[in-house]
Design a protein around this ligand. Structure first.
Ligand code: PMP
Length: 362
């Protein structure tokens, strides 16, 4: 393939906008006359402080984060938040509600059980996580310290199409795989978090948006590094933050701003996904396991039902420049992850490829 860039449908780490990569490349040895790379800078330097503050401000502006929330740039991945959330929040009543709608919400649920009494508020396991439970199906405990769910299930290709109503119980949401793809009313949430490596930046940065009053009630043995209060008080600089990733997030935020922000992404993401779902629904060969009404706009899962034919599809797609379409090992089949940085053109071309494959093999 040489110098040719491919259409990369990886679930994460994923494509970054070419404009962002080009800009980062041009600044890689000498950031804006500083004589050094951002990778070589002290996180306490004036130059880096400006990058940090500008990035944070842009993120707050684009995601419409209200004043009573703090944006934290952390490490440890979304998986780190599976522990950090209960450590900091469960102390209120010792109980929490979890909705399990896929692999990662299940890991979060199991992790939380170490710290308190966890109520399984909903589970889609009965139908192999092919759907999102409705509001009526949620078994809510009014005494829960918080309700945790995962907005988009990266592996199963389902996405919550509504914000659960939990009354006074704070909502905690893992938005790793649909962060900034749609407009979110942050004020409905207690905490929103996600790994950056799908929609926002390279791997290594975890973003948490924390309603301020929820911090400072951590369990006594909470590690300092996992205490929201420590990180809020130190503006994410209790220790060395993931400087390079924060810089890259800043470039992605500029890119996003030039494209109408989160509103701009929301306008096109559903149409992008629909291009694929329409072709798949019309095909003879392919089915989509995710049920209509629960389908994800970020991770489109599909299959032929024949493992050899799936493998043939993946291998021919790879040869044609559409890479990383193999489904997660837990579920098999195929998955096209079409985050913000995947251009519509890439999705259109994949739709054409699927149609042609169906005609030849169907
Ligand atoms: N939540 C979701 C929805 C994910 O897709 C992933 C990773 N693919 C994780 C959590 C785990 O994230 P990390 O690897 O950043 O710990």
């Amino acid at each position: 393939m040489g110098n040719q860039r491919v259409y990369n449908f990886s679930a994460g780490p994923s494509m970054l906008p070419l404009e962002v990569l080009t800009r980062a490349g041009s600044e890689i040895t000498n950031y804006q006359g500083s004589g050094m790379s951002v990778m070589e800078m002290s996180h306490r330097s004036k130059v880096f402080d400006k990058i940090f503050q500008d990035t944070k401000e842009r993120f707050i502006r684009l995601f419409h984060v209200p004043d009573n929330y703090k944006v934290l740039f952390l490490q440890g991945g979304a998986s780190g938040q599976f522990s950090m959330v209960p450590l900091n929040l469960i102390g209120k009543t010792g109980k929490a509600d979890y909705a399990v709608t896929g692999n990662f919400s299940n890991i979060a649920y199991k992790e939380a059980k170490k710290y308190g009494q966890i109520n399984l508020a909903a589970s889609s396991e009965d139908q192999n996580h092919t759907y999102i439970p409705t509001q009526d199906q949620l078994k809510l405990d009014p005494e829960a310290s918080y309700f945790h769910y995962c907005a988009n299930n990266t592996i199963y290709g389902t996405e919550w199409q509504y914000v659960p109503d939990t009354g006074d119980v704070p909502l905690v949401c893992d938005m790793s795989s649909d962060f900034m793809s749609r407009v979110v009313d942050v004020s409905k949430y207690g905490i929103i978090y996600g790994g950056a490596q799908k929609n926002l930046a390279p791997a290594g940065l975890t973003i948490a948006i924390v309603r301020e009053d929820l911090a400072g009630h951590e369990l006594p043995y909470t590690p300092l590094i996992m205490n929201y209060k420590t990180m809020i008080d130190k503006d994410s600089m209790y220790n060395t933050p993931p400087c390079w990733c924060i810089y890259m997030l800043g470039l992605v935020m500029e890119w996003l701003e030039e494209r109408g922000g989160v509103e701009g992404m929301e306008k096109i993401k559903h149409a992008k996904a629909q291009l694929l779902y329409d072709v798949l629904d019309d095909s003879k060969l392919f089915t989509c396991p995710a049920q209509k009404g629960s389908r994800s706009d970020m991770n489109v899962t599909f299959r032929t039902g024949n493992a050899d034919l799936d493998a043939k599809f993946v291998s021919e797609a790879t040869a044609a420049g559409f890479v990383n379409l193999k489904g997660h090992r837990n579920v098999g089949g195929m998955r096209a992850s079409i985050y913000n940085a995947m251009p519509t053109e890439g999705v259109e071309k994949l739709a054409d490829f699927i149609r042609a494959f169906d005609q030849v093999n169907g």
